[in-house]
Design a protein around this ligand. Sequence first.
Ligand code: NAG
Ligand code: NAG
Ligand code: NAG
Ligand code: NAG
Ligand code: NAG
Ligand code: NAG
Length: 456
Amino acid sequence: MRPFPLILALFALLQPSFSALTRKNKYIVPAATWYDTDGNILSAHAGGVVKTNGTWYWFGQNERLEDKTLFSGINVYSSTDLLNWKNEGRALSPIAGTDIGPEKVVERPKAVFNELTQTWVLWFHADNSTYGQLRQGVATSPNITGPYTFKETFRPLGNPSQDLGLFQDVDGQAYALYSNGDADPDHDNLITRLNANFTNVEEVVYTFYDFDLEAPNILYTGKRYYILMSHKTGYRPNNVVVFSAEKLSGPWLGTRTWNSQSTFTLTAGEGLEKTYIYCGDHWATGNTLYDSRYMWLPATINDDIGSFRIDWVDLYSIDVKTGRIEVPKGQDYEAENGVLTGPAYVTLCPTCSGNKVVTSIQGNSTLTIKNIVGTGKPQWVSIYYHNPDGLWGDNRNGVSVLSRTATYSVNGGAPISMIQRSGSSGIILSQPLNITFNAGGGNSLTFAGFKGGIAL
Ligand SMILES: *[C@@H]1O[C@H](CO)[C@@H](O)[C@H](O)[C@H]1NC(C)=O
Ligand SMILES: *[C@@H]1O[C@H](CO)[C@@H](O)[C@H](O)[C@H]1NC(C)=O
Ligand SMILES: *[C@@H]1O[C@H](CO)[C@@H](O)[C@H](O)[C@H]1NC(C)=O
Ligand SMILES: *[C@@H]1O[C@H](CO)[C@@H](O)[C@H](O)[C@H]1NC(C)=O
Ligand SMILES: *[C@@H]1O[C@H](CO)[C@@H](O)[C@H](O)[C@H]1NC(C)=O
Ligand SMILES: *[C@@H]1O[C@H](CO)[C@@H](O)[C@H](O)[C@H]1NC(C)=O
């Protein structure tokens, strides 16, 4: 059996996440599976969020396990608090025999309202399964939730277009931001102004020559514009690149940041105080897209120097009126204080809490954390781990595996699998788990290797 060198730096953050009575979400929990107000898995990947009339609408790709076609629809959800999302149905459904047929690719939907025509316009990247068509697509609806009527797809100003972002400026003018593909001599990213009806593009206002980035989006803080785009590494996360400028037409300066793929940047807060939320996709793989998660994290912006930073938080609540976020404090439990069996051992780790890590947890070795205090109700527990496999994962017999799998069991119960996606050396990531411990102390969590692991 292949040894399973899962490295685990662990502490648990225990906090009731939702009221049992109302079943309402109290927190945004990055990287957890999110559920809509009907209790179904929220499926809105590579999405875009637009606020109108006090309500946010989140458009995204439907990637449910049961929907097998390449394009199965664009879903739309609504929320007034960014925590509880109501499924408003399919904004756009496949139409056989067209550029949005079920065998086609329809990605990165973004909606914008056009005052002139009093119409909602939905933009997306339209392609075939081998990404050879490289078009933009447009659909319209008088109602924000649709259903949207498919209009057409086109190559903007005659040029190819891949990943797409959309931005509406404070003066109402909308812009598309997109990459023009992987083929030479393309590799550019362009900002183009839309026409008066927002149904096509009209003029390029800035070109990032040869930057070759994807997953683009634009945020305006009132002082500066920020653009986030990721490198092209498939479903493997990389460090998103941030640019800032005083005008959309540039000049744009670049710095690198964070790792998960950007799709949108939200602004919350009705007064002067704003919270900016970086919305990223925590992709699984091409075969397991349904298990992709959302990485929504607060961004710290300094307009004076044009800096944009995203720090990790396990979970947070947000007041959409004041724009304030609150990060609850949990109880820490260090892995090195746990009970080890088999070849598992404690070693040094400069970026881990307490500068120590438990490693070599394999099929026949375990780590047990004891005396965990529980509430008797479901709680969020953040498992901190170090998986330094890097961008291309772990090469197992010629197959690159993007995450490792361990198991956890609660109070000696049946083992449940738990995924650790690959990061970079020294980077500690965390995996949220929803666990119900017994009320009071004396609970235990046991971690072990995963036999016959799935290639993810
Ligand atoms: C705006 O929101 C209010 C309250 O939710 C609703 O009654 C009204 O119909 C909405 N107006 C439009 C134009 O959607
Ligand atoms: C996608 O479109 C390109 C360009 O027209 C074409 O070469 C390629 O064969 C198409 N792929 C499929 C699966 O139809
Ligand atoms: C838009 O909403 C109105 C009012 O809810 C409804 O009467 C109308 O049928 C909707 N239009 C479409 C295209 O769904
Ligand atoms: C906008 O729509 C109107 C009405 O459909 C049409 O007459 C006009 O040509 C359109 N303008 C542009 C710039 O597409
Ligand atoms: C645990 O498993 C490893 C790898 O399969 C093996 O080398 C080792 O001898 C085992 N140790 C014990 C204590 O069983
Ligand atoms: C957490 O797990 C409980 C069952 O133990 C379930 O009822 C609840 O819906 C889950 N909550 C979330 C937010 O996943």
